[in-house]
Design a protein. Structure first.
Ligand SMILES: NC(=O)c1ccc[n+]([C@@H]2O[C@H](COP(=O)([O-])OP(=O)(O)OC[C@H]3O[C@@H](n4cnc5c(N)ncnc54)[C@H](OP(=O)(O)O)[C@@H]3O)[C@@H](O)[C@H]2O)c1
Length: 310
């Protein structure tokens, strides 16, 4: 029987990547979740991926999730730390706001009788750093959801995909050089030679989730990292110039320029303990996934982007 997969965040990078990859297999019935099924983004995706059912649901509204998950065999879940409503809750003292979204999804999936759940999670930086960086809330919240889902394994099978450091972040954290307007700069507080497991989320996360669905026994109880390899931040600048011909450089900015202690702890934790705690075993396993993972060069080629305007 064809399995029905319900995809949370289908209009976003992670859910959109899952939608794209599973649709391409032709093996699943798909239900895409968004808060706005008649919105512009959903309408564009309906035209792009015919045959997908679109359903309205809100992660902060458990009853909408229970309805949206009815009849699904699998749920792909992703929580949203950086959405304004969640960051507002966190700033006003509710550090569990992201966890609550994840718990809502797990509880709704169990109530709806869903068999398996693939949750987008991350390591606990508090654990990776042996307590040195306890405040990376968007890692801790996801990890707490993972622990909750793991505690429910007698009711639902839980699988965990960890997204690498998005290549898309390099678009977001780019600027025209303040010293020379012809030069594009990519800016993080990380060393230029820091080792980052990069992922082109829109293209590479979905095939990893498809692999989990096709290899449930192998993947149950183990984390599956979505990244095609370790690269250095400076590699993204070199590749950008190679592809576009536009001069660029990577600039290591001071930690003081990062407005949030949460992100400062994340970058320091990554630098000292590794984004995936320095794990490399996944590189071998990901060779089994029938997918060409994006490299810095192919990322800029696919993107066709000529750099920021300011
Ligand atoms: N940047 C990185 O390097 C990195 C690495 C690993 C993990 N992450 C994590 O990735 C997550 C973000 O995922 P993404 O990149 O896919 O986000 P995104 O591209 O910003 O998309 C957000 C998606 O979430 C949906 N959404 C937001 N709030 C919702 C709510 N209350 N109820 C239902 N749906 C909601 C949106 O749907 P509608 O607006 O259509 O409702 C949209 O589809 C964050 O938690 C972040 O920590 C980021």
């Amino acid at each position: 029987m064809t399995k029905l997969v319900a995809i949370v965040g289908a209009t976003g990078l992670q859910g959109g990547s899952v939608l794209k990859a599973l649709h391409a297999t032709g093996k699943y019935k798909l239900r895409a979740l968004t808060r706005n099924p008649d919105g512009e983004q959903a309408e564009m995706l309906k035209a792009k991926y015919p045959g997908v059912e679109w359903v309205g649901a809100d992660l902060d509204d458990p009853s909408s999730l229970r309805s949206a998950f009815q009849g699904a065999d699998v749920v792909f879940g992703v929580t949203q730390f950086f959405q304004k409503d969640i960051s507002d809750k966190v700033e006003s003292g509710n550090e569990d706001a992201e966890y609550e979204q994840g718990k809502n999804m797990v509880d709704a999936a169990i109530a709806a009788g869903v068999g398996s759940m693939v949750m987008s999670s991350l390591d606990s930086m508090k654990q990776l750093s042996h307590g040195k960086y306890p405040g990376v809330l968007h890692f801790e919240g996801k990890h707490k959801v993972e622990e909750y889902l793991t505690s429910m394994l007698d009711k639902i099978k839980g699988y965990f995909v960890y997204a690498g450091f998005y290549m898309e972040n390099f678009v977001e954290y780019s600027r025209v050089s303040p010293e020379d307007m012809r030069i594009v700069e990519f800016t993080f507080p990380l060393k230029p030679t820091s080792k980052l497991p990069l992922v082109d989320t829109a293209n590479d996360l979905g095939p990893v989730v498809a692999y989990i669905l096709e290899h449930p026994e192998e993947c149950l109880g183990s984390v599956v990292e979505a990244s095609g390899g370790y690269y250095e931040p400076q590699d993204m600048a070199t590749a950008f110039t190679e592809v576009t011909g536009i001069p660029s450089r990577y600039v290591q900015i001071p930690y003081e320029y990062i407005g949030s202690d949460e992100l400062v702890q994340m970058f320091k934790g990554q630098e000292e303990f590794g984004y995936f705690g320095g794990r490399t075993e996944f590189l071998e396993r990901n060779k089994e996934i029938k997918h060409d993972f994006t490299t810095p060069t192919s990322f800029w080629k696919n993107r066709g982007w000529a750099g920021p305007t300011k």
